[in-house]
Design a protein around this ligand. Sequence first.
Ligand code: F6P
Length: 358
Amino acid sequence: MKKIAIMTAGGDCAGLNSAIKSVVMTANIQGIEVLGIMDGYIGFVEGKYTNLDEEIVRSIETKGGTMLGSSNKECPFHYYNKKTRTFEDRVDEAIEKIREQGVEGMIIIGGDGTLDSARVIHEHGMPAVGIPKTIDNDMSASEPTIGFQTAIDAAVDAIRKLITTAYSHRRVMVVELMGRTSGYLTLYAGFASGADIILLPEQDYSLKVVCDRVDEIMKSGKRYVIIAVSEAAKEKGGEETIAMLVKDSFEQKRYGGVSQKLAAQIEQLTGYETRATILGHIQRGGEPTTSDIILGARLGNAACKLLINGEAGNIVGNRGGKIMKMPFPKEREPRLLNMDEDDLCKTAKDMGVCFGQE
Ligand code: F6P
């Protein structure tokens, strides 16, 4: 192998640059060139590339986001054509374009959607290795995924700021966290910041239980209540709160707004002053934690070695602290929390955290 390509796609997160640097360094030391694909699957289909070398990647690992850019709507086998307003399969054409650059294999870093496309690219004849990343931590390939730890820290930092103002004003604060249909980020950040109530998408909550707990806490003499709610959490018998539908995206639902709905209900039903905060993309931004720098580097290195050794068709991931390889899954299945089995859920319950359950 003389030349490989690397790409980041899906929602960005911290730790991606460390994985990019690791791939470039590992490959270059073996005399293999690395081509960067810009802006995720947009660059793959449209042929937008940049050459990467040691000098370019020297200190990128400390920076957040991805130096290659990303996009989270595009899918190469379901690619939106703005002129005809139809979806097209552009995989073969994109592979041909990148082969013309001398590329013999690809490392693709992304969430479950991105890695599903990576599997298709591999099946179409371009050897590919996947690296899992997402702040949602909802991939069975790796626990944690790149970006999860940094997102927890960012959210904890923000929630601690809300606590000081909640205390001053004797308020209930409802904080909304990302994660789509998976509650990992809300559970970990909520617990670590001392949230009193944590509402996750995996089990619908009872509004009555939430309001009763708020009342109990406020009457106990504590001056405030913190509620961490996942963006896709919903009341029993209710609906998910969708901010918008992105028509030209493979994954059309964009969540947002459950905290505002819930805050209004709590204020009306309990009489306590309640405010909502949507943490939003703050959770994805900023510099990576050291653990994400290290995880990115380990996974980048392992992926590069697999590709060079002719073991494409695999994903690399952290399983119980060890870096393992596993084949691309055939299905896009987000990994959800098992709230009855999860150790942190059990700890939180034992310590009196309310999950909105009867
Ligand atoms: O999957 C990562 C994620 O940050 C989700 O937690 C969130 O729902 C979504 O992406 C937000 O996407 P966008 O950047 O398109 O708003």
